[in-house]
Design a protein. Structure first.
Length: 82
């Protein structure tokens, strides 16, 4: 996930929000593939275990300052693999 963030560093230059949701455990022996897609001011990531099951999802959003409050840009959160 750090590589994906490094490749999209504009999202984390300023205030940002990262949300990680684990759907099932990931064992130390599991082969994990990270799939990434960019949506304007947000990054969606899926952690796919053993090439089949999505075990975790993550969203990183740049925040915008609106009426004195930091807010995330709306992004549809997808649970399935891209």
């Amino acid at each position: 996930m750090e590589d994906a963030l490094a490749a999209n560093s504009d999202l984390i230059e300023g205030p940002h929000r990262a949300i990680v949701e684990f759907l099932r455990p990931i064992t130390a022996q599991a082969k994990v593939t990270v799939r990434v897609t960019r949506h304007s001011k947000a990054l969606a990531l899926w952690l796919v275990v053993d090439g089949e099951d999505v075990a975790a999802t993550a969203t990183v959003q740049a925040l915008v300052f609106v009426f004195g409050v930091w807010m995330g840009v709306y992004v549809r959160h997808l649970r399935g693999a891209p």
